[in-house]
Design a protein around this ligand. Structure first.
Ligand SMILES: [Zn+2]
Length: 494
């Protein structure tokens, strides 16, 4: 339906410098996103919105004339991050777009993929187009639509019409979610591919019994969001999940507590079935977007509920949305138990084992946050995804590669266009993140409010880190200033 209530669009750009004819990031240590180790110091020359050259030994002083120079001695630079599952708020969360965009950029996110464009087709495309022109402060937006933005129910027969509508609107792809008929899924995947449009799916329990992740991948699905449909593809001694008799999918507590008991019903790690499914998915060049962070409250509700950034950075209406309420998605903590958390810890252990091995065998893993639900706030919980990938077994360089190169690779593959960001290399777009602390040492330093560290000289525990500058399309954003704006918005709304 297109009668979506509107949330405020982002206002005209009110912060950020550039792009510059010539910008030099001087004396920086580079983590280029490809998995290669830190290297420096280097000077990175940016002209307009493109990386022009990377100079190893450093440019002579004379080359700095007439250039904007960032003295980055002692700093690290990474490619801008790609959040491949990033909702631009919504009516339910009640957050203005400016709040969401600024939190993303403040955490180094220069590209997002909006799954579903739940704020409506025209609303989302408006943000996308204004971001492309840098008229607003926002990451690049890849907008994926879903049938709820259209004015009729989707059937296999009208899929071509839906796809043409999406092309005319300017969408980059499609999100499959909730109850879908497999014929409609197959028709949409085929039609989307014809026009180089992307596809992503949350294969919910109302769909998985008829189409699991492997069947969807075979039909041409681009990426699996979250994980639903994957254990189901690896059932060896059953064909449907072991639902208790009283289960009702529309009951959010049933849904989340029972999905915490799902991974252990699948074939065990490294068994024949587990291996066969993994190998075929990798053969299909299928992408996994685990979104570990969004489920974290299931294994440790208190941690998510009391995160140290909520007070200053979580918008009051978003906070209200997080509170237990059976009518709201993901607000399922109506009677969350010790046993539920124990089940979820085991669920994570099996899920993480799959994701880490998938990466080891050459499969593509991306970083998606799905923030705006379940006590997970934009930007902050994108960084939490880094920590959880590391927990799954990723080397920090593999985590950064997932958040940069792999995300960019997915987006370029889905739209069948050459990659133009995701790695720091000449000719690519100048999307960069500059930080003072070594991210490989501690991802916690990437949180907007930094990480705690004892200063041994003064005996005082201080907050260190946070992104210093996020550069998008050659425009320099002071990440601390973005966070000040966010804090002010939150304070004002309270
Ligand atoms: Zn989502």
């Amino acid at each position: 339906m297109s009668n979506v209530k509107q949330v405020p669009h982002a206002p005209d750009r009110n912060i950020g410098e550039g792009p510059f004819e010539r910008l030099i990031i001087r004396g920086v240590t580079m983590i280029d996103g490809s998995g290669t180790p830190p290297d420096g110091s280097v000077d990175i020359v940016v002209e307009g919105n493109k990386i022009k050259e990377i100079v190893q030994a450093g440019l002579p002083e004379s080359a700095l004339a007439n250039a904007k120079v960032i003295d980055a001695a002692g700093m690290y630079v990474m490619p801008g991050f790609v959040d491949t599952h990033a909702h631009i708020g919504g009516v339910n969360q009640g957050v203005p777009a400016e709040y969401v965009h600024k939190l993303w950029l403040a955490h180094g996110v220069t590209t997002v993929r909006d799954p579903g464009s739940f704020n409506g087709a025209d609303w989302t495309i408006h943000e996308k187009e204004r971001s492309e022109k840098n008229e607003i402060v926002a990451p690049r937006i890849y907008a994926y639509t879903c049938p709820r933005n259209w004015d009729k129910p989707l059937t296999p027969d009208n899929v071509p019409e839906f796809v043409q509508w999406a092309i005319e609107k300017g969408f980059d792809g499609f999100k499959i979610i909730n109850r879908w008929n497999p014929d409609t899924i197959v028709a949409l995947l085929e039609e989307a591919k014809k026009y180089n449009l992307g596809t992503m799916a949350h294969i919910s329990q109302t769909t998985a019994a008829r189409m699991d992740a492997l069947q969807a991948a075979r039909a041409g699905l681009g990426s699996l969001e979250h994980w639903y449909g994957l254990p189901e593809a690896m059932f060896a001694d059953r064909t449907v999940q072991h639902f208790p008799a009283h289960y009702n999918y529309s009951n959010e507590y049933h849904r989340f507590s029972q999905s915490g008991r799902l991974w252990k019903q699948a074939a065990p790690p490294h068994s024949d079935k587990w291996n066969a499914v993994m190998d075929e998915l990798i053969e299909l060049d299928f992408t996994m977007n685990p979104t570990f962070a969004i489920y974290e409250a299931s294994r440790d509700a208190a941690r998510a509920q009391t995160a140290d950034y909520h007070e200053e950075y979580t918008y009051p209406s978003l906070w209200n949305y997080y509170q237990p309420d059976p009518t709201k998605h993901g607000s399922f903590f109506t009677d969350w138990t010790t046993q539920d958390e124990i089940e979820w810890k085991e669920n994570y252990r099996l899920w993480m084992a799959f994701i880490n091995e998938y990466k080891n065998r050459g499969g593509r893993i991306c970083t998606g946050s799905d923030s705006g639900f379940i006590y997970k706030t934009y930007g902050f919980d994108f960084i939490r995804e880094f920590e959880l990938l590391q927990e799954a077994g990723f080397h920090p360089l593999e985590v950064i590669r997932a958040a940069t190169l792999k995300g960019a690779e997915l987006l370029s593959k889905e739209n069948n266009v050459p990659m133009e960001f995701g790695v720091i290399q000449p000719g690519y777009l100048a999307d960069l993140v500059l930080v003072k602390e070594n991210p490989l040492h501690n991802f916690k330093t990437l949180y907007g409010n930094g990480a705690l560290r004892l200063n041994r000289d003064t005996g005082v525990t201080e907050r260190v880190g946070g992104v210093s500058f996020t550069i998008k399309d050659g425009i320099i954003y002071d990440a601390k200033a973005l966070l000040e704006d966010v804090k002010e918005m939150v304070h004002h709304a309270k």
